[in-house]
Design a protein around this ligand. Structure first.
Ligand code: FE2
Ligand code: FE2
Length: 284
């Protein structure tokens, strides 16, 4: 199958549409939490930001979908918009159910280039998902919340994984059809968009930090899953989880590989640094 071909388009759109899962967030059964678990859930400082991000995602994806001429691609992107809006609804219900303090902000009105907005959003999702995979795995292993809660979030994370696989294929298909499909050009475009996504993420973290004035996620709450935390361990977890989740997708389709490769290089560098440090200590 040639990337960018009509066959490619059929495959990535049909795969996405066929794996859509029907569920109603209002019918979900939220588990009972004990006082400590409830405290931990409420102490997570970013629920407001996550709700805003999902609402904004739904708005961007739906607005872009309405501009797509190809009926199959439009159907798939419209479905993604529906799933994003459903994520927002699920979070809204969870916030209400557990009495979490999070104000709902309206997403900004969309103007300008919707293609670019969708592409920016897509690369941002690839970055958020890559990091989210690691956070989710570590929090689940630490028993930060009961398993039933992670089962609910698992549905959401699986949908995000489908979104990024769809997005990477859509992007490559777009680039080939626009005559910009050379591998070096696709790599350069990805690097450009990822750099912007990292910038936005750092901005969000910074804003969140100043909004919470350092009080966020007090040491006691965070210690449950920060015990034994190392940057290297975190990156390894993100990479392993990314590979595990991607194994469930059609191997003929493209998968996001930029961040796992970058993480691989970073890990090799860290290992080298550790070895050099150990050798220096030995000789001293
Ligand atoms: Fe989402
Ligand atoms: Fe998504």
């Amino acid at each position: 199958m040639k990337i960018g071909s009509d066959e490619h388009k059929q495959r990535f759109c049909h795969e996405f549409i066929a794996t859509h899962c029907r569920f109603d967030p209002a019918a979900l059964e939220w588990p009972d939490l004990d006082a400590a678990e409830l405290g931990r859930l409420r102490a997570i400082p970013f629920w407001q930001e996550v709700l805003y991000t999902e609402r904004r995602a739904g708005a961007i994806v739906a607005a872009y979908a309405a501009t797509i001429a190809d009926p199959l691609v439009r159907e798939a992107v419209t479905l993604q918009g529906f799933e994003e809006a459903r994520h927002a609804e699920l979070l809204r219900l969870m916030i209400r159910h557990y009495g979490i303090i999070a104000e709902e902000r309206l997403p900004e009105t969309l103007s300008g280039d919707l293609f670019r907005a969708f592409a920016d959003f897509g690369y941002g999702e690839c970055l958020d998902a890559f990091l989210g995979f690691g956070v989710f795995k570590i929090a689940r292993r630490a028993g930060f919340l009961p398993e039933a809660m992670f089962d609910i979030f698992e549905t959401l994370i699986h949908e995000e994984t489908r979104h990024i696989v769809f997005f990477i294929n859509w992007m490559a298909w777009q680039q080939v059809t626009r005559g910009r499909g050379a591998p070096w050009l696709r790599g350069a475009t990805a690097a450009h968009y990822y750099a912007k996504a990292v910038g936005r993420l750092l901005g969000t973290v910074w804003r969140g930090r100043s909004a919470n004035d350092g009080k966020d996620f007090s040491a006691t709450q965070a210690s449950v899953f920060l015990d034994g935390f190392t940057f290297r361990g975190f990156v390894e977890e993100c990479r392993a989880e990314h590979a595990r989740r991607m194994a469930g997708f059609d191997p003929d389709l493209l998968q996001p590989h930029f961040l796992p490769k970058l993480a691989g290089v970073a890990l090799a560098g860290l290992r080298l640094g550790t070895r050099a440090g150990a050798a220096r200590e030995k000789s001293a």
